[in-house]
Design a protein around this ligand. Structure first.
Ligand code: ADP
Ligand code: MG
Length: 267
């Protein structure tokens, strides 16, 4: 990979609270992500994964350290709508529960159209074409455009969330536990979709998950976080097949193997 990284995170620190109540959620984390690559941030609950995602997305400010996206500094959250929109065209977040981010009364077509209009301002008929193109890209059809979120399965709603994020044509997608709530087979479908989209567009992914089982299907590189610090980092093969740290081995041991089902376990 010779392309310049689209994300550069340098010595990122995030402390919540002040004085004796202060808690360091992210402690000196540095990484880069290049176009077309997927970096997984893994670790148990409370490791600081979502905090890093929230800072990348501009929802939280860093305590110290720097962040660059597409070569532009975004260490501080955007102050104006114009800057927020510009940053949204570079980086989009896909969160765990798309039901909370979708308006239950709005049709899927109108939700995606809204995202298209916000970022690319096309004419009406062009907007409609783009909505159908995006739905098609995530494996949904024109039929889905006319229904409300209630009529969709969890996997389909997650596809809508991805379509909305893609409407901005971002260089980077941050996916925070984006498939964690889905059944294993639906998970695999959404991960395949993400891989196909990346092959077509070169979008970089920061893939946040507590579930190491999905990492092999999506990530090129992995960072293992523990209490805000990087415990271990490397290629997906190195981390999953040749972990050096006891903590990584423990995380792996706690991860169900592919093909594992509760009923298949000896009692
Ligand atoms: P993860 O996503 O890996 O589960 P988080 O980034 O959500 O971890 O949380 C990291 C640590 O920061 C946890 O100890 C959590 O309790 C704390 N934390 C997260 N968000 C806040 C907040 N808004 N205020 C105070 N503490 C927080
Ligand atoms: Mg989290």
């Amino acid at each position: 990979m010779t392309a310049e990284p689209v994300i550069r995170v340098n010595h990122l620190v995030k402390r919540y609270g002040v004085g004796a109540a202060a808690h360091t959620a992210v402690d000196d984390v540095s990484f880069t992500v290049s176009p077309g690559r997927t970096l997984a941030l893994v670790g148990e609950s409370g490791a600081g994964k979502s905090t890093i995602g929230a800072i990348l997305t501009g929802l939280h400010a860093a305590t110290s350290g720097t962040i660059e996206v597409c070569g532009e500094d975004r260490t501080r959250p955007a102050r104006s709508t114009r800057v927020r929109r510009h940053r949204g065209s570079q980086l989009q977040l896909v969160a765990q529960d798309p039901f909370t981010s979708l308006d239950p009364r709005q049709t899927i077509g109108s939700a995606v159209a809204e995202a298209v209009a916000l970022h690319t301002h096309p004419h009406r008929h062009e907007r409609r074409r783009r909505v159908l193109e995006l739905l098609d890209a995530v494996g949904l059809s024109a039929r889905h455009a006319t229904v409300t979120p209630r009529a969709l399965s969890g996997g389909q709603r997650q596809r809508v969330a991805i379509a909305r994020a893609l409407a901005a044509q971002p260089e980077v997608l941050v996916l925070d536990e984006a498939v964690s709530a889905l059944d294993v087979s639906v998970q695999a479908q959404v991960l395949n979709l993400l891989n196909d989209l990346q092959a077509g567009t070169g979008t970089a992914y920061v893939f946040i998950t507590h579930d190491l089982a999905v990492v092999r299907q999506i990530a090129h590189d992995v960072i293992v976080l523990r209490r805000g610090r990087i415990t271990e980092r490397g290629s997906t093969e190195d981390i999953l097949d040749r972990p050096r740290e006891d903590y990584t081995r423990l995380l792996l041991a706690a991860t169900p193997r592919p093909g594992w089902t509760p009923t298949a376990q000896p009692s």
